[in-house]
Design a protein around this ligand. Structure first.
Ligand code: F6R
Length: 243
């Protein structure tokens, strides 16, 4: 794992978008898995702009949405689905056949997980993963205590996730379960970036980079990834003692 520091959110997002665009240029059949949320919002916007401005062919990539709130209608602005639709699928006119998101309203959520695992396996694993980090160290909805070997699964969200998650919604929203691609997929992804910005992420970044590797702090799995990168702005890096 390598930590890369940036002066700010803009430069970090610019770098991340450029990395993804280059990966698509180098492998047109790239399997890309991305988180939604506040951190990757600018990366997604810059990526869409870059792909269009530079006329990069993304027609054969596979896009995987990392996670979703169970029971959340896709048209809800706080859903992961809404994020991907508005920031990537619509601007880029991605074909439905190349986009895979968990159906948050499915009656059989286990089968959503099986389907996602099959898509990943058929493509020989995830090529490039871009994830954020929660205030409890979660990645996707891999909450503290989740096995590093887990594939796609249903998660009971912990108190930090349900309270911090309110920031995505216009009104107070009941959140209790999520569905997510698992840490086992992350560990086997060919390349993985964790991105974080702002003072509020300084503590969890310190734990990610300098703390013990433990399933009680999911993001510490990055230390075990041979091609894992932690991208941080100055504020998120402010508690790090190592370079
Ligand atoms: C969202 C996701 C979450 C977020 C994390 C950080 O799809 O996977 O794990 O990445 O909660 O969220 P932000 O970026 O809003 O701070």
């Amino acid at each position: 794992m390598k930590t890369i520091r940036f002066t700010g959110y803009d430069t970090l997002s610019d770098f991340m978008a450029a990395e993804i665009a280059t990966a698509i240029k180098n492998k047109p059949s790239l399997t890309l898995c991305m988180a939604s949320g506040h951190t990757p919002a600018l990366t997604a916007a810059l990526l869409a702009k870059k792909l269009l401005d530079e006329n990069i062919d993304y027609s054969t990539i596979t896009f995987l949405g990392l996670d979703e709130w169970i029971g959340m209608p896709p048209e809800n602005e706080g859903s992961c689905h809404y994020f991907f639709k508005t920031k990537l699928f619509e601007p880029l006119q991605l074909q439905p056949s190349q986009c895979f998101l968990f159906n948050s309203l499915a009656a059989d959520m286990e089968s959503e997980c099986t389907k996602m695992d099959a898509v990943i396996s058929e493509r020989g694993g995830i090529d490039l993963m871009v994830v954020g980090i929660g205030m409890n160290g979660h990645i996707g909805f891999n909450e503290p205590g989740t096995s590093f070997a887990t594939l796609s699964h249903i998660a009971t969200l912990d108190e930090t996730t349900t309270s911090v998650g309110q920031k995505y919604f216009k009104e107070k929203t009941a959140l209790s379960k999520g569905v997510t691609i698992g840490l086992g997929h992350l560990l086997h992804a060919k390349k993985c970036f964790l991105i974080a910005n702002g003072n509020k992420k300084a503590g969890v970044i310190k734990q990610t980079v300098e703390g013990p590797v433990t399933e009680n702090f999911p993001a510490s799995i990055l230390q075990q990834h041979s091609n894992g990168f932690v991208l941080v702005d100055e504020e998120a890096a402010s508690l790090l003692t190592t370079n």
